[in-house]
Design a protein around this ligand. Structure first.
Ligand code: URA
Length: 297
C-alpha cells in the first residue's frame, strides 16, 4: 500500500459515512476497530491478524449480512473497491469505497418521483472514470439526454464540448455527470427531495472516480454538492479533499444567444473561460494555444 494505516481508517470512516447517508444501518466488522483511538493504544499495522487470526478487512463485505439490505431492497455490493489504488493528488484513498449500482439497478431506481414522471433512461454520466483531471457536474438530463441515456448531448452539451475542447481535453478524457440522474418534466429544476434522493449517488460516483478537480455547472450543481455553503462562482471550495469550482451552466450561456444579447453572451463566456483557466491552473496546466484560421501549426 502507498498510504498509511490512519489514511486507510479515514477512508474507511468516510465510506461508512457515505453508507449512512445512503441509508445503511448495519455493517459487519470488529467493534474494537471503531473504538476511540485517543486512548493511546497504537493501531496495528495494516494486515495484522485480528484475535481470530483473520487479516483486518480493508474493504469488501461492509454490509451485513452479505447482500442484505437496509429496507429489504437489494443493496449494492461493496467489494472490488479495495483493489483500486489511489494515484491522484487529492489526498484521499478510495479504499472501501462502495461499488456503483449496476445498469439494471439504476434502471429500476425509484428513490424519487422522477421515475414515474416520464423517464426513458436514467443518465448516470459518462467519460473517464479513472481519476480524470476534471469531472463536470450539471443539473439533470434534458430531453436529448433522457432519450439517449447520456449526459450533456443536447445543445447545452455541445457548448460543454466546446468548453472542454478549449481546455485542451476531449469529452472522453473527463467525466460528465449531473446532480440528478433523471429528467424532471419540462426540464424544470430538480426539487429538493429529488436532489436529496440522487446526490448520495453522485457522491458515491465522485468517491470512486476520484477526479482531481470538480467543475460545477450552475446553481443546482453548486447547491447540490455544497448545501450548507454559499458557493460563489469562480471561488474554490474543497469537496472531500477535491478542489471544486462553480461556473455558469452551459444552458444559461445559450440563453444569451437565443435573445441575441451579444454583450451579455460575451461577458458570461469570459467569466466561464476565466473559471476554466483557474481550474486548469489548479492542476498546473495551461490552455492550449488557440489555432487561428489559416494557421498551419
Ligand atoms: N443540462 C444538464 O444539466 N445536464 C444535461 O445532461 C443536459 C442538460
Amino acid at each position: 500500500m502507498d498510504c498509511g494505516f490512519p489514511d486507510i481508517l479515514n477512508a474507511f470512516e468516510q465510506a461508512l459515512e457515505l453508507e449512512r447517508e445512503l441509508g445503511t444501518r448495519t455493517v459487519d466488522g470488529d467493534r474494537a476497530l471503531l473504538a476511540p483511538r485517543s486512548g493511546g493504544t497504537p493501531l496495528p499495522p495494516a494486515g495484522t491478524p485480528r484475535s481470530g487470526g483473520t487479516p483486518l478487512p480493508l474493504a469488501g463485505t461492509l454490509l451485513s449480512p452479505a447482500g442484505a439490505s437496509r429496507s429489504g431492497e437489494r443493496t449494492v455490493p461493496l467489494g472490488e473497491a479495495a483493489s483500486r489504488r489511489f494515484t491522484g493528488t487529492t489526498g484521499v484513498s478510495p479504499v472501501a469505497t462502495p461499488a456503483l449500482p449496476t445498469a439494471a439497478e439504476l434502471a429500476a431506481c425509484t428513490r424519487c418521483d422522477l421515475h414515474g414522471l416520464g423517464r426513458t433512461h436514467v443518465v448516470p454520466g459518462q467519460g473517464n472514470a479513472d481519476s480524470p483531471d476534471f469531472m463536470f457536474v450539471g443539473e439533470a438530463p434534458g430531453a436529448d439526454e433522457d432519450r439517449q441515456g447520456l449526459a450533456f448531448v443536447g445543445a447545452a452539451g455541445q457548448f460543454l464540448t466546446k468548453m472542454i475542447a478549449a481546455m485542451g481535453y476531449t469529452r472522453d478524457q473527463v467525466f460528465i455527470a449531473n446532480i440528478c440522474k433523471c429528467r424532471p418534466p419540462n426540464n424544470r429544476t430538480p426539487s429538493p427531495p429529488e436532489m436529496a434522493a440522487c446526490v448520495p449517488y453522485l457522491k458515491r460516483q465522485i468517491a470512486r472516480i476520484r477526479p482531481k478537480c470538480l467543475i460545477l455547472l450552475g446553481n443546482t450543481a453548486m447547491r447540490g454538492l455544497f448545501p450548507d455553503t454559499f458557493m460563489r462562482r469562480g471561488q474554490w471550495q474543497m469537496y472531500e479533499g477535491i478542489p471544486a469550482i462553480g461556473t455558469f451552466h452551459p444552458a444559461y450561456i445559450l440563453r444569451f444567444d437565443s435573445v441575441r444579447d451579444s454583450a451579455g453572451l460575451r461577458k458570461a463566456k469570459t467569466e466561464v473561460w476565466n473559471t476554466l483557466k483557474l481550474a486548469l491552473a489548479r492542476l498546473g496546466k495551461t490552455p492550449p494555444a488557440i489555432q487561428r484560421k489559416g494557421q498551419t501549426t
